[in-house]
Design a protein. Structure first.
Length: 202
């Protein structure tokens, strides 16, 4: 082949390969976009959960939570109840451990106490302001110190109290940058226990 034919062939190949590469990169993105739209549509089309929780009156003031014949289901009213006729009370200062087999409704019960699951029956709470630490923690992509402070001003005494209360002292000592360590990709650079303890401190 002559030089002019070689350069022409190379130019034609480059003209063809660039659009082909663009198509190959756009197809997975288009599939991802369609999957995201499907998730958004499923979320928007879900029925709203009616919060049936009530603030306890003076006669029930000694209880943090009081459930009387409560049946709990998923957000859809048509779903069969996951838990039926649940009755129990939690007194102030009491430590409760909820155990059971996988899929027995432990998380569903917690979601009902948070008002995130549809329920029937009587549910009284001392307050609707409830702290909750999820099984799959979410962490922001900031330093550990910034995550703990959450945009508040730094108070050294309070900060140390939080570190001690959440047992983070040994974790921070083990990390090369201590509390200046940047949390990467929802804590991929941290152990599972470290993620949970940091979430408790936020």
């Amino acid at each position: 082949m002559h030089a002019n034919e070689v350069f022409t062939s190379i130019a034609l190949l480059s003209l063809v390969t660039h659009p082909a590469n663009m198509v190959m990169t756009l197809v997975p993105r288009a599939v991802g976009i369609m999957a995201n739209f499907a998730r958004i549509e499923a979320y928007i089309s879900r029925s709203s959960v009616v919060d049936t929780r009530q603030i306890a009156g003076k006669d029930k003031a000694q209880h943090l939570a009081l459930l009387d014949h409560v049946s709990i289901r998923n957000s859809s009213i048509t779903d069969a109840p996951i838990l039926r006729d649940v009755s129990f009370s939690i007194a102030k200062g009491e430590l409760i451990v909820c155990t059971g087999a996988v899929g027995s409704g432990k998380t569903t019960l917690a979601m009902a106490l948070l008002g995130e699951s549809a329920s029937g029956g009587s549910m009284f709470l001392a307050s609707k302001k409830i702290a909750y630490c999820d099984q799959a923690p979410w962490l922001p992509s900031v330093t550990i110190r910034d995550a703990i402070l959450g945009g508040s001003d730094f108070d050294e005494e309070w900060y140390k109290l939080v570190i001690d209360a959440c047992c983070l002292g040994l974790d921070l000592e083990a990390l090369p940058d201590s509390d200046s360590t940047v949390i990467e990709n929802n804590g991929i650079n941290l152990s599972g226990g470290q993620r949970q303890r940091i979430v408790c401190s936020i």
